[in-house]
Design a binder for this molecule. Structure first.
Ligand SMILES: *Cc1c(COP(=O)(O)O)cnc(C)c1O
Length: 431
């Protein structure tokens, strides 16, 4: 069984002449799993097709947005309808009110919302606003959480979880890194120590309420509540980065699922229905601190773009109050996870699977994964081999151990069987 990927390989050679590394976002280059990236030609429902016409069931969903499968009919017709009125005005449109209203109705923490063009922009802008609003400088983030590529967020862990941030990308200055403090996910003591050693200096704690960027890592009971308590007590703003979990774990995101309401939220991915959209929102008092109603500057030539808003609006309308979608996603995911566990029992191997709603990760470690350290114990070489075996069997996983997989409503029972069978054969092949 060999995949024919000649055209993808040719395209990758060409791409590298014109685009750094041949890709416009690093993880797409397959560096973490070996081999060359596939160039995708089209997609429909749960299937993607590469340039060599191979078909795959995909568990990436464009990293989230395709929660209803590719080429969702309502999003597609909303796009067509919008296109006929030109593509951008740089002036207010009524659709921006419609989507803002919908977001306010859906997301518990949001009373007012500003649209931007990516999750990165949403997180960056939310942080600037938190700093402006509190007149404080420092951010606490968690090791292994990703908030886009803004300078303040590209801070790696020191040896302990509590060291002062060191930039993990050249180009991020020491000055910026100093203002980012690192805590351990699921470890409230690490937060307490930072609060004690930086009195009245912390503007915000930003967290992925369910981490998805070190693989899928769930909050332990009381963790999110504990963050909220500490923020209230010390006048720190709690920001949930729900770029991944927003509209995915529930219509109102992880904050609805776990019943913890932050001060602000960053959104992205699903919110644009596949087009480049992000948003940040929160309490009215905080959001009114943004320009032009307040002093904190934030702007965007293409923000609220009419075509993108049409796609996002059509997507969110289908998710609002749609319990059926979320129960289907949950069941499909549970079936896949149960199938994988059964496979592992048969093969006498025991790896860790974390899952919630329509997010899951299979970690190649036998130990529980609850933070960055425990996630890092995974055998990434073995994951790479597993990834390639799954690909050969027509299952396209996210090309890194440290990504969550996403389920869409386009995955039906027979696809679940195919995925579970491929998992069995792939696990067998690498042992
Ligand atoms: C994807 C992601 C981002 C960044 O969003 P982009 O649209 O890629 O800039 C930020 N935070 C989280 C939690 C994400 O998953």
């Amino acid at each position: 069984m060999m995949l024919q990927t000649q055209r993808s390989e040719n395209l990758f050679q060409q791409a590298q002449n014109y685009i750094p590394g041949g890709v416009n976002s690093p993880v797409r280059a397959f560096k973490a799993v070996g081999g060359n990236p596939l160039f995708i030609k089209s997609a429909e429902g749960a299937y993607v097709y590469d340039e060599d016409d191979n078909q795959y069931i995909e568990l990436i969903n464009s990293w989230g947005p395709m929660i209803l499968g590719h080429r969702n009919a309502k999003v597609e017709s909303a796009l067509q309808e919008a296109l006929a009125h030109s593509f951008s005005f740089g002036a207010p449109t009524s659709r921006e009110i419609d989507i803002a209203k919908l977001i306010v109705e859906m997301v518990p923490s949001i009373e007012k919302v500003r649209m931007v063009n990516s999750g990165t922009e949403a997180a960056m802008s939310a942080l600037r606003l938190a700093r402006g609003f509190t007149s404080r400088t420092k951010l606490i983030k968690f090791e292994g959480c990703y908030h886009g590529h803004g300078d303040s967020f590209l801070i790696a862990a020191g040896s302990g979880a509590l060291t002062m941030g060191e930039p993990n990308s050249p180009g991020v200055t020491k000055g910026t890194a100093q203002d980012t403090l690192l805590a351990s996910f699921n470890d409230l003591d690490s937060i307490d120590r930072l609060i004690v050693s930086n009195p009245d200096d912390i503007a915000a704690i930003m967290v992925e309420p369910v981490a998805g960027n070190m693989g899928c890592v769930l909050p332990k009971e009381g963790f999110l509540e504990g963050l909220q308590e500490r923020c209230k007590k010390h006048d720190i703003l709690l920001i949930f980065d729900e770029v991944m979990t927003g509209f995915r774990l529930a219509p109102g995101g992880a904050q609805e699922l776990y019943g913890v309401t932050p001060d602000m939220s960053a959104l992205g991915k699903i919110i644009g229905g596949g087009l480049p959209v992000g948003a940040y929102g929160g309490k009215q008092e905080v959001m009114d601190y943004v320009s032009p109603s307040g002093p904190v500057y934030q702007a965007g030539t293409l923000s609220g773009n009419p075509v993108a808003m049409a796609a996002g609006l059509a997507m969110l309308k289908q998710l609002k109050n749609n319990l059926q979608v979320y129960s289907q996603l949950k069941r499909t995911t549970a079936d896949i996870v149960e199938g994988f566990k059964e496979n592992m029992r048969k093969l006498n191997v025991s790896y860790t699977i974390n899952h919630v709603g329509s997010m899951f990760s299979l970690f190649f470690t036998e130990h529980p994964v609850y933070d960055f350290q425990s996630a890092s114990a995974s055998d990434t070489k073995l994951f790479g081999a597993y990834f390639q075996e799954m690909l050969k069997r027509g299952i396209y996983l996210a090309p890194s151990q440290f990504e969550a997989l996403f389920i869409s409503t386009a995955i039906d029972d027979s696809m679940v069987e195919t995925i579970v069978r491929a998992n069995y054969e792939s696990l067998k092949a690498i042992h």
